[in-house]
Design a protein around this ligand. Structure first.
Ligand SMILES: [Zn+2]
Length: 74
């Protein structure tokens, strides 16, 4: 998607960083266990209690999404 020459290296690095974060497990706000996994765009599911959370596209919270938008817009 963003892996094209028309985007700068800074954005590609940010995108790679987001992908890395999107694959990590996060703390579930319901049961507190680090089992929250991204199952779809902005959808997160806890592998422990089964809770499904709609959050940021690449992280359960939206802070990273806002930062990413700021980077892309320059
Ligand atoms: Zn849970």
């Amino acid at each position: 998607m963003l892996n094209t020459p028309r985007y700068g290296r800074k954005v590609r690095n940010a995108y790679r960083e987001m992908q890395k974060k999107s694959k990590a497990l996060y703390e579930c706000p319901k049961c507190g266990k680090k089992k929250l996994k991204r199952i779809s765009f902005a959808v997160w599911q806890c592998k422990s209690c089964g809770a499904t959370i709609a959050g940021g596209a690449y992280q359960p919270n939206t802070e990273a999404g806002l930062n990413a938008l700021r980077i892309i817009k320059g």
